[in-house]
Design a protein around this ligand. Structure first.
Ligand code: HXC
Length: 260
């Protein structure tokens, strides 16, 4: 599929989606949201894609937020539609079923950080800066940030980040659990790929079930989540991969998972 504002490349099981509006620091306009929605559909449907990395073009920015030139025209009804549409696209990212990594190469602000929070994992360059500055524009996060930041880092961190609207360093984001791993900028890709290669070496069905147990389970009472976990645990025992994984351990060799 042809995309206007992003690049999609795929090799060796890893699809890389690069948001490509460098002149405006990769701000998310309506067209870019459509591109993102289609690209995540394409990655979900492509059986050769096992992990998706999402990043921003250039060295300065991951995504500097929703496009403020579009936001400036909002009225109450269109604002609600705009938030709802962005939430739908980010829900698609969150629930695409394959591991997703936001590789934060620079500014991740407002809708940009909200997009990163919809991914399963986040890596960042030590030079990256992130935050939810919406209150400084007289609005609040509208792409799920009030909900996902709270779930990822807890209500204390979410209140601090959202109420101050401050920008935080990658080190601080790492310290409070917003970002999983940080790397010097020149090592960001290699460091992210090392994490991705770990995931690729594991049982692919098990990885997908684990994502589902964590994502769906975190929206359930704990006991319900545990029941979901035991259901998926049982389903994992129906796979050839389980026999391969355990057989390899007993035979002291590396497993050769087939995703079956
Ligand atoms: C539109 C943007 C933009 C944005 C940057 N640009 N961020 N355009 N929307 N979110 C544009 C600038 O207008 C400028 O274009 C160009 O990108 C370069 O940006 P500069 O400001 O000149 O760069 P710099 O001085 O280095 O400052 C970088 C920055 C700053 C600190 C990231 O650009 C900034 O504060 N941006 C806005 C961040 C923000 O508030 N994001 C949250 C948006 S609200 P020109 O044409 O002048 O060169 C949001 C809500 C989501 O995301 C939920 C909606 C429902």
């Amino acid at each position: 599929m042809a995309y206007k504002n992003l690049l999609l490349e795929s090799a060796d099981g890893v699809a890389t989606i690069t948001i490509n509006r460098e002149k405006v620091l990769n701000a998310l306009n309506d067209e870019t949201l459509t591109d993102l929605s289609n690209a995540f559909d394409e990655c979900r449907e492509d059986a050769d894609v096992r992990v998706v990395i999402l990043t921003g073009a250039g060295e300065k920015s991951f995504v500097a937020g929703a496009d403020i030139r579009e936001l400036a025209k909002m009225n109450p009804l269109s604002a609600k539609d705009l938030a709802y549409r962005g939430q739908q696209v980010l829900a698609k990212v969150e629930h695409m079923g394959k591991p997703t990594v936001a590789m934060i190469n620079g500014f991740a602000l407002g809708g940009g950080l909200e997009l990163a929070l919809a991914c399963n994992l986040r890596t960042a360059a030590t030079t990256a800066r992130m935050g939810l500055p919406e209150v400084s524009l007289g609005i609040i996060p509208g792409y799920g940030g009030t909900q996902r930041l709270t779930r990822v880092a807890g209500p204390g961190v979410a209140r601090e980040w959202i109420l101050t609207g401050d920008m935080f360093t990658a080190e601080e984001a790492h310290r409070v659990g917003v970002v999983n791993r940080i790397f010097p900028p020149e090592e960001l890709l290699a460091g992210t790929m090392k994490m991705v290669e770990s995931i690729l070496s594991r049982g692919p069905i098990a990885v997908r079930f684990a994502i589902e147990a964590i994502s769906r389970g975190s929206n359930m009472p704990q006991r319900e989540g545990e029941i979901l976990e035991s259901d998926l645990f049982g389903l994992a025992a129906s796979t050839e991969d389980m026999h391969e994984g355990m057989g390899a351990f007993i035979e002291k060799r590396k497993p050769n998972f087939q995703g079956k």
